[in-house]
Design a protein around this ligand. Structure first.
Ligand SMILES: [Zn+2]
Length: 271
């Protein structure tokens, strides 16, 4: 699943391709892709809207339009493609928006999604959808002090808590494992056992791996996104049985909360 760096990378690219274009028409091929509003209102509301900005919050794309925000979550297998000219829908295309540029060139934003988990919202109040999300880890709100206090307000295993989007926004399986390894903390540590020093290390590690991920345009890995190269720099993720880049111990893989979790048993001792 795309995480913060992948969504950020795609959003930055989409911005250069969509900014200032006017939406002519929406073709919804799989109604359940649309959460809000009804299909009929969606087509009516979105027609004539101009793309003012393309940003990201957690793992959501936000297309800020003249009067609404179009929110898109790719979930497991969603993909956003730009195609020029008149096009026919392909298999697994769930939603196609046709756009016109100022010089009358036609292009399309295609939401393709094999497994149909991806979702779209069109709303004038995006906070209704995004309001419950935790802080952005690259924002000023995310400080070592906040993290330490927030971890101690919970009594949860660390890895599942880091994946909880209402706790902290944008981390998924890859960047959570990478952060915990860099911070030398065991994924099964209790959140309220994390010391001030460990919270500082984890804070710094989360920011470092996310920034590194963005710098490498995210990771192209077991899903449809093809743009990034961070998969070539994984420390522990998907490296079970291979040597830890720090100490050489073989990386272990365990299942935590139904998600595969990779860590170094030497660097990340459970205290
Ligand atoms: Zn190690």
């Amino acid at each position: 699943m795309p995480e913060l760096p992948e969504v950020e990378s795609i959003a930055r690219k989409l911005k250069t391709q969509l900014l200032g274009k006017t939406i002519q028409e929406a073709r919804l091929h799989w109604p359940r892709t649309l959460v809000f509003p009804t299909a009929r209102k969606f087509s009516r509301w979105i027609k004539g809207q101009v793309v003012k900005d393309v940003t990201r919050r957690a793992k959501y794309f936000i297309l800020r339009l003249s009067d609404f925000s179009l929110l898109i979550h790719l979930r497991m297998s969603g993909d956003l493609l730009i195609k020029e000219g008149k096009i026919k829908p392909e298999k697994h295309d769930r939603l196609i928006l046709s756009l016109l540029s100022a010089d009358n060139r036609l292009s399309n934003l295609v939401f393709n999604d094999t497994r149909k988990f991806g979702r779209v919202w069109l709303t004038a109040s995006p906070e209704d959808v995004l309001g419950k999300l935790g802080p952005e880890p690259l924002s000023r709100a995310f400080t070592p002090g906040w993290l330490h206090t927030a971890l101690h307000n919970k009594h949860r295993l660390l890895k599942p808590l880091l994946l909880d989007q209402t706790f902290l926004a944008g981390l998924g399986n890859i960047y959570a494992d990478e952060s915990l390894h860099l911070a030398k903390i065991h994924p099964l540590a209790a959140s309220d056992s994390v010391t001030v020093d460990q919270a500082q290390a984890l804070h710094d590690a989360i920011r470092k791996v996310l920034k590194e991920g963005i710098r490498r345009n995210g990771a192209s890995f077991d899903w449809v996104y093809r743009g990034g190269e961070y998969q070539n720099y994984f420390r522990v993720y998907d490296r079970a049985g291979k040597p830890c880049p720090v100490c050489g111990t073989n990386i272990e893989r365990i299942i935590v909360g139904q998600r595969s979790t990779h860590f170094c048993p030497t660097c990340q001792m459970l205290s």
